[in-house]
Design a protein around this ligand. Structure first.
Ligand code: MF3
Ligand code: CO
Length: 238
């Protein structure tokens, strides 16, 4: 999982170097697939429940699971880049949301707050805590800035499958659910909307968008719990 997750992080860096107004999400997908395969890994999303691509590319009001297409990103857009890889049967999963050119102050705040809410969730993934301590840390940070947390998609355990137990919601009261244990590996992935929390899925059966059209950000790390202290962030660049 460490190897797969590192490849996810390295592929994100490759995509960031290419990102500029006018590039299509299909072009980014092609580079992502080549990059993952060149490093000896297998794209984790392609073929997963018939998902057709390597990359999930979600623009502006698209929350997650945007399918790469001929759509060009434009100056002022925000773009979610969600990637998974498999090495020796073990999965890694990670997402970032980045500005394309210059974005408004409030949109910049959305990106920073969502990233920080992930950091708060990761910092709560400590042996002895309960699962919902992660959830609560994420929700309280995002809502303190007037944003809302998506309920319809959650983080997850990860290992020999992309999605394993337990589900890791990005909302909830502290102190609930199973105790976190050494060796657990979790994909923690807050999705934060500027407006309301509600989302709907488009006719393509994948792309989730906000119901109110407000913009949304998504960050995800795969983390491995340690005997004590904060977890090892497997999708961090090291
Ligand atoms: N990273 C997402 C997740 O954790 C994407 C998986 S959906 C897929 O669920 F179909 F694209 F694989
Ligand atoms: Co995930």
């Amino acid at each position: 999982m460490a190897q797969a997750s590192k490849i996810v992080a390295e592929t994100h860096q490759v995509l960031l170097e290419l990102l500029k107004p006018g590039i299509t999400t299909l072009e980014l997908d092609k580079v992502a697939e080549e990059c993952i395969r060149d490093k000896g890994a297998i794209p984790a999303f392609k073929g997963y429940r018939n998902y057709p691509k390597t990359l999930c590319a979600s623009i502006n009001d698209q929350v997650v699971h945007g399918i790469p297409s001929k759509r060009e990103v434009r100056d002022g857009d925000i773009l979610g880049l969600d990637l998974g890889a498999i090495v020796h049967g073990f999965y890694g999963d990670g997402a970032i949301t980045v500005p394309v050119g210059a974005v408004s102050d409030r949109v910049g705040t959305l990106l920073q707050v969502t990233k920080d809410s992930l950091a708060k969730g990761v910092a709560s993934a400590v042996v002895g805590n309960r699962l919902s301590d992660i959830s609560h840390a994420i929700q309280s940070h995002a809502e303190a800035f007037g944003f809302s947390v998506v309920r319809d998609f959650v983080g997850h355990g990860i290992g020999r499958q992309l999605h394993e137990e337990p589900q890791v919601p990005n909302y909830g009261r502290a102190g609930q659910g199973p105790r976190l244990q050494m060796g657990m590996v979790l994909a923690i992935e807050p999705m934060v909307n500027m407006g309301g929390a509600k989302v709907r899925v488009l006719e393509d059966q994948w792309t989730a968008v906000t119901q109110d059209g407000s913009w949304s950000a998504h960050f995800e790390h795969t983390v491995a719990l340690q005997p004590d202290g904060p977890p090892r962030v497997l999708t961090a660049l090291s």
